[in-house]
Design a protein around this ligand. Structure first.
Ligand SMILES: [Fe+2]
Ligand SMILES: [Fe+2]
Length: 306
């Protein structure tokens, strides 16, 4: 594992070297804004009679949600913690150069948010499908409830853990979407740019977790062990609010929306997908000894991650 993944940041980071990605003239060439296989409800029988235009709008709004979520998450969750690390405001003893790295990450994430917003704007004007209003706050509140609820007196630790979890999850979307030839270049290139930066962040936050964990006393370790799997679960479970809103915008009645949600997100398959996506994070936490604590083992089991 690269000991200093951000060493070449000035010459390699996306915000330093990537061009602005611009939508080429490919909307009429059969390219899609998002891969159909990553939109679980698209093939549901209640949507079978949808006109092409309405189907395109459904796909567009799914893509918008992905990028809107990214923009909010980077600015409101990752950079909340990156700022604390950068300004030396965390109460964990950390090596000296963590602060400079955290400033680099802060810039990266701000740029990821900017281009996510830029992509939505470009796609909206080319497709003439408007984005639905998106409220990130319920997701954020739940994330905060999980972590602060598990450790109300641990200062900045809950917010650090949120970011460690999210930044060490490697979603298949980041890995697969850039190579999907059916997707418009703007979306593929943007996700590819993002995945490159996130590869470096993954290494940084894996190191950071080892450092933080080794400095915790045993009570804080137990609380952390209980909290981590819940954060993983919340980060990976599909957010059903935007899915419901998208289905309603496609003309489904409230009852039909619930039918679709029930059919395409059955609890057992959500659990299986969550477990598959969490493999790398679970490996990291296991290697640090989190699952050696009975509290950790139980909590990871309860969340269905083992
Ligand atoms: Fe990012
Ligand atoms: Fe990141």
């Amino acid at each position: 594992m690269n000991a200093d993944p951000l060493r070449d940041w000035f010459d390699r980071a996306g915000v330093r070297v990537d061009p602005r990605r611009v939508l080429a003239d490919e909307m009429d060439g059969g390219k899609v804004l998002f891969p159909a296989r990553l939109i679980p409800y698209l093939d549901h029988e209640l949507l079978a009679g949808l006109a092409d235009e309405a189907r395109t709008a459904l796909v567009a709004r799914h893509a918008y949600h992905y990028f809107a979520f990214t923009a909010h998450f980077e600015t409101r969750v990752v950079n909340r913690a990156a700022e604390m690390l950068a300004n030396g405001r965390v109460d964990a003893p950390l090596r000296r150069d963590v602060r400079l790295d955290a400033f680099k990450i802060y810039c990266d994430e701000a740029y990821h948010a900017l281009y996510s917003f830029d992509v939505v704007r470009q796609l909206e004007s080319a497709s003439r499908v408007e984005a639905l209003p998106y409220d990130f706050t319920p997701f954020l509140n739940r994330l905060d409830d999980i972590s602060s609820g598990a450790m109300p007196h641990r200062g900045t630790l809950p917010q650090l853990l949120q970011v460690v979890v999210f930044e060490t999850l490697v979603t298949t979307l980041l890995a697969e979407l850039p190579n999907d030839p059916d997707v418009v270049g703007l979306v593929r290139e943007t996700v590819r740019d993002h995945a490159r930066d996130e590869g470096r962040h993954h290494v940084f936050f894996s190191h950071l977790f080892r450092e933080v964990w080794s400095g915790l006393d045993s009570a804080a370790r137990r609380e952390t062990a209980r909290c981590l799997p819940r954060l993983i679960g919340h980060s990976l479970r599909p957010d059903l609010r935007p899915a419901r809103a998208n289905l309603a915008a496609a003309g489904l009645t409230p009852t039909q929306v619930e039918d679709v949600v029930r059919d395409v997100y059955p609890p057992e398959s959500v659990r299986r997908t969550t477990r598959d996506q969490a493999v790398q994070s679970v490996r990291l936490f296991r290697s640090c000894g989190v699952l050696d604590l009975p509290e950790g083992l139980d909590a990871f089991h309860e969340e269905g991650l083992l």
